[in-house]
Design a protein around this ligand. Sequence first.
Ligand code: SF4
Length: 394
Amino acid sequence: MAKNLSFSYSKMGMYKECPQKYKFRYVHMLPEKPKYYFAFGTALHAVMEFIFDPTKLTFPSLQQALQFFDTTWNKTSFEQKGYASAAKELEGYTEGRRIIESYYAANSSSFVHPLSTEMKSTLELDGLSLISILDRVDYLGDGKIKILDYKTGKTVQREPDQLYMYQKVVENSPTVRKLVLSKEPNVKEIRVAQLSFYHLPTLQEMTFERAADKEIFEFWQGVLQIADKIRAGKFDPTPGENQCRWCDYRNLCPVFTGKEYGAVSVEKASAPAQPTNVQDVLSEKIDRCGALEEEVKQLRQEIIALLKQHHFERHFGKNYQAVLSNTEKVEFPNKEKVIELLRRFQLLAKVLVPTQSTILHLLEDDSVPAEAKQSLRALTTQTMQETLSLKKTE
Ligand code: SF4
């Protein structure tokens, strides 16, 4: 039997960012350079694990937590952490201590032991070996779970994929089941009731309700599609200004070297790419891609015009068929008003991201008040849209 593919939220994120980058990291096993923000986050996660150690009956004092942070921090040099200088590392150290002090000032009177901290879970599911580290799992009773993820970056963003992944893992995890049953042996079903991001630098918590089964199903289909592409060896680069600017593999990447990695030696490829070569390769691809896009747009307009002129809904070429259809498009053009309305009716927690599909989902939700639905409907616009689809004939 084929071995399950080792997978995680961060691997999925890297593949989505750029499949070629994933290939460098997980197929060629080339490590990335240390990043100071990872070292900073790791040290603070270790402190939170130390504070909420579920095997201890009491909680450490602020002084003990700070001492633990100092010991963890001093295990590596500033270079190993990825800081540019000792002075920059000192800024990180000072900020880390400030965060711990303010965390204690705000929360130490209400500390409670979680079900688990930094729980490493490996779940074998649908041909995947899914690895997750859950920062904190709380038990709310009656089979209900709260998952909390600590964030240590400058800002905290909604990351629905991460929440979906955690929900999927926790509800299927034998480890979580065992822990819950040790607290309440008669529990039949384990359900995630809440998912939270806790931003340590600002002590802000963003809490979301359980994602709907339909959302999880769609998310999981996406995960399985990515896994299929990885198994099929599909690693085409998807260059972009943001991802390429910070990518450690630029000097090896075919987009910048003009050659497949492996066709050149690592030593040679590690040398900085020739700017003229990079500019030539990129310019040629950009121009070719732009010209093709323009031609496709023009062709589609001509096909639609001809189909309409002759009242055809469908027509066949030698290898493809074209189908013209009209679909009703429902939109929420005023996003700010939608968010304001969701906030007024306290519905923001019900949607991880206020997209068209999540809002439409709310309109079918029996627990949403009729007044809220009516107000949401008043914000929609409906238009008919012509869609041309091209399919390969059998
Ligand atoms: S340099 Fe850009 S295209 Fe190449 S691997 Fe990195 S992110 Fe992908």
